[in-house]
Design a protein around this ligand. Structure first.
Ligand code: COA
Length: 380
């Protein structure tokens, strides 16, 4: 029914103010208005980065949303918290417990020291074999990229294409952390963070929040003539430590999430007109195209280099700039993906509008693929 978003980036506001701004924007976006008294259930996606409010943050959301008294459940599945919170809200609506349900994702990441930032970025990986051994997420995805190159050949140019494409899209998004174009030469020449990945292969560390208002389908037209429907959801998990997995270049959690989402919606891959995928690192966009079933193993680089995933291509991917350029405030990301879908399917995405946007997929990954959620949306 409604969706709201703050700017993503290095912001002065704290998590409470970010939450309030996103929730107020979501209410303001409902075409025929919505009464806060109709909200009977809420879900909060946040990692609680930096330890601002380590526990019981749901009560803080209820306060900032003007909903004290309403039950709110915090969902913490690392970077996939937002996708899982949306899925939980859809389940609550299906169970008939709420006429209007609020989903909020928020993260404040930039007001901590570098050492503390490294600590909080690491908490979502395996503790014993990864974090305490000094492996960062850039490091894990660097290993994954190196393995992908070993299996399928050097895909560096496809990674460059992902970075330049997503920066080009982000430059059209007033909420994006980075609203600037980067050239292929700049991407190639950037300092390496974890070989083969360089600075422009990484998402930034961002502050931000996003919010959604959902109603049961039979009540949708009470609020708007153009509701966006959640036709299917799916989710999955994998071994937390990548060393436990049989393969590095496929995320089984994404496979399962996509399989269940497509089955529950009764859709085919060919129905999808745009994708929001979890490109925390550029290699992750290639893996997503393969794991979601839009390219075979090793085929995502060619698909990407063909221009198909550009805004004007046949399968637009991350028209909002993705995590790469829009930014990645951990708990907010999955909710932000649904915000973009809401705009795109209603034809309200302005200069970054994808033509003929009727069916969209959002894909949200936690850590290095240990959790994943997929949702499928259509416009009524
Ligand atoms: N892409 C493009 N530019 C970036 C960037 C990124 N990902 N990260 C930082 N920058 C820019 C900054 O805007 C700044 O530009 P300026 O000098 O023009 O102001 C410059 O690079 C230095 O910024 P700084 O914050 O000092 O960079 P850093 O070296 O501390 O951090 C990374 C860079 C890539 C290490 C950091 O962004 C990072 O850790 N990203 C991954 C986050 C992550 O793991 N999330 C979870 C995913 S699973």
């Amino acid at each position: 029914m409604g969706a709201g978003h703050t700017r993503f980036g290095v912001l002065d506001a704290g998590p409470r103010a970010l939450t309030r701004t996103a929730v107020d924007a979501a209410f303001a976006s409902v075409d025929r208005g919505a009464d806060r008294g109709d909200v009977r259930e809420g879900f909060l996606a946040t990692l609680g980065f930096g330890g601002h409010q380590i526990g019981n943050s749901s009560a803080a959301l209820a306060e900032e949303a003007g909903l004290v008294g309403v039950p709110v459940t915090r969902v913490e599945n690392a970077c996939a918290s937002g996708g899982f919170a949306l899925r939980a809200a859809v389940g609550a609506i299906a169970a008939g417990s709420s006429p209007l349900t609020l989903v909020v994702g928020v993260e404040k990441m930039t007001d901590v020291t570098n050492a503390r930032r490294r600590y909080w970025l690491g908490v979502s990986g395996d503790t014993e074999w990864e974090r305490l051994a000094g492996l960062t997420f850039a490091g894990v995805y660097g290993l994954i990229a190196a393995r992908y190159f070993a299996e399928h050949g050097d895909a560096s140019e496809a990674l460059v294409e992902v970075a330049t494409k997503n920066h080009e899209n982000g430059a059209l998004n007033p909420n994006a952390h980075f609203q600037k174009l980067v050239s292929r030469a700049e991407v190639r020449a950037a300092p390496r963070v974890a070989r083969p990945l360089g600075l422009y292969d990484c998402c930034p560390v961002s502050d931000g929040a996003a919010a959604l208002l959902l109603a049961p389908p039979e009540l949708a037209h009470r609020y708007t003539d153009t509701p966006v429907y959640v036709d299917g959801t799916g989710a999955g998990t994998d071994f937390l430590a990548v060393q436990e997995r049989k393969e590095l270049t496929r995320f089984r959690a994404t496979h399962r999430a996509a399989h269940d989402a497509f089955r529950s919606a009764g859709w085919n891959r060919s129905d999808v007109s745009l994708l929001e995928v979890h490109d925390c690192f550029t290699i992750a966009e290639l893996l997503a195209l393969e794991d979601l079933g839009f390219a075979g193993p090793g085929e995502a680089p060619a698909l990407t280099l063909s221009g198909a995933t550009r805004r004007t291509g046949r399968l637009p991917v991350n028209p909002d700039g993705g995590l790469k350029a829009k930014g990645h405030p951990i708990g907010a990301t999955g909710v932000s993906q649904a915000f973009e879908v809401f705009l795109q399917l209603r034809g309200q995405a302005g200069p970054r509008q994808v033509p003929h946007a009727e069916h969209a997929l959002a894909h949200n990954v936690g850590g290095a693929g240990a959790t994943a959620a997929v949702s499928l949306f259509s416009v009524g």
